[in-house]
Design a protein around this ligand. Structure first.
Ligand code: MRU
Length: 365
């Protein structure tokens, strides 16, 4: 996608052939800054402090984290240590462990002097495949928006989304936002309700920013507004992303997604989840009970950052000193509330049968 008219990805290999650059998402929307990753620890910290975030981009960054580790030391011991460090960074997005498995498979049984080249090639493939996959998700999801527009005789299609599952959460295109970009580019009149997504405000800070860069009409709403809008016929469909989808179709996504799904169900609003197959955890058969939920620092709730009139970005307390806070970062939406899963292979019911029909090779896991 484009930033100020220039095509960008969220992560790329530098011209030196070994170091990596990312868009530092902790600085958006106030400033667009590039950060360099030159070591395993840089990559691990970038994921931990959320300079990069979003399940597919976490996976891509972990892949390059392995490259940076192998660049320094291509031994089995260094590989094990790098996998252990990266696996500890964020627990819910399964793309992280998926990418580590992919990278490990490339290294094992390969002579040390051939490892460096092999891992960089695999990381580049993972990134290119992510872009292609997300484009396909967008093309399929676009048909849902086009059908809806047809049913409304061309009137504006209002889509509600939660958190950021746009191109900033992937290498490019995004998952939930890819259908929206493609519908918009095809001339469909689409408008996006953007949940601000407390506490880190990925909706207000990132989704609104990237939609704005692409010229897609959108409106930021507080997290609790969705139910009201749905009751009043102002939401035609919801599309969200996911950090881990269980084999039974339950989906983990940013905290608050479940409440949106409940409101959508109560109001007969279709609720779609867009995901690449690398987000499916075939080993978890019950997402509500089996998906680990990340708990982050209470300070993300009790403090907030923003830009002042003179352009400085400051952090302020928004609660009394010492007030306890609990920061659950994700929740799980049961499959029964999901109208369909939009994957790169097709749109399927959120169920074990639906997923098995699209991915028959994975059903025996
Ligand atoms: O905590 P974050 O910002 O990494 O959470 C991101 C989300 O919840 C996204 O919706 C999810 O990763 C899907 S990204 C295409």
């Amino acid at each position: 996608m484009k930033v100020a008219g220039e095509p960008r990805r969220t992560i790329w290999l530098n011209d030196d052939g070994w170091s990596v650059s990312i868009i530092d998402q902790t600085r958006l929307p106030h400033s667009f800054e590039i950060a360099a990753l030159t070591s395993l620890e840089d990559a691990a910290l970038a994921i931990e402090v959320m300079q990069v975030r979003g399940a597919p981009l976490i996976g891509a960054t972990a892949a390059y984290g392995i490259c940076l580790a192998m660049n320094e030391d291509p031994s089995d011991e260094a590989l094990d240590a790098a996998c252990a460090r990266l696996a500890r960074t964020r627990p819910t997005a399964i793309n992280l462990l998926w990418a580590l498995d992919e990278m490990t498979a490339v290294i094992r049984n390969r002579p040390r002097d051939a490892r460096r080249e092999a891992v960089y090639a695999r990381a580049a493939e993972i990134c290119d495949a992510d872009v292609d996959t997300n484009y396909r998700i967008g093309a399929l999801g676009h048909t849902l928006i086009a059908e809806c527009a047809g049913g409304k005789e061309g009137a504006t299609v209002n889509v509600l989304t939660h958190c950021n599952a746009g191109w900033l959460a992937t290498v490019d295109w995004g998952t939930a936002l890819s259908p929206i970009y493609q519908a918009h580019d095809a001339g469909i009149d689409v408008h996006v309700w953007v949940d601000e997504t407390r506490p880190r405000n990925q909706g207000a800070a990132l989704t609104a920013w990237e939609l704005g860069q692409h010229g897609v009409p959108h409106t930021i709403i507080v997290d609790n507004a969705g139910g009201h809008l749905m009751q009043h016929g102002q939401v035609d469909m919801c599309i969200v992303g996911t950090d881990r989808t269980a084999a039974n179709g339950d989906v983990a996504n940013k905290i608050g997604t479940y409440l949106k799904a409940l409101a959508a169900y109560d109001n007969g609003v279709p609720f779609y989840v867009a995901l690449p197959s690398s987000t499916i955890d075939w080993t978890v058969s019950d997402g509500v009970r089996g998906i680990p939920i990340e708990e982050r620092s209470a300070s993300e709730i009790t403090r907030m950052s923003g830009r002042t009139g003179d352009g400085t970005v400051v952090e302020v307390d928004i609660s009394a000193p010492g007030s306890p806070a609990a920061n659950y970062a994700f929740d799980v939406t049961p499959a029964r509330l999901v109208s369909g899963l939009i994957t790169e292979r097709g749109i399927c019911p959120a169920s074990a049968e639906g997923l098995s029909a699209l991915f028959p090779e994975r059903t025996s896991d």
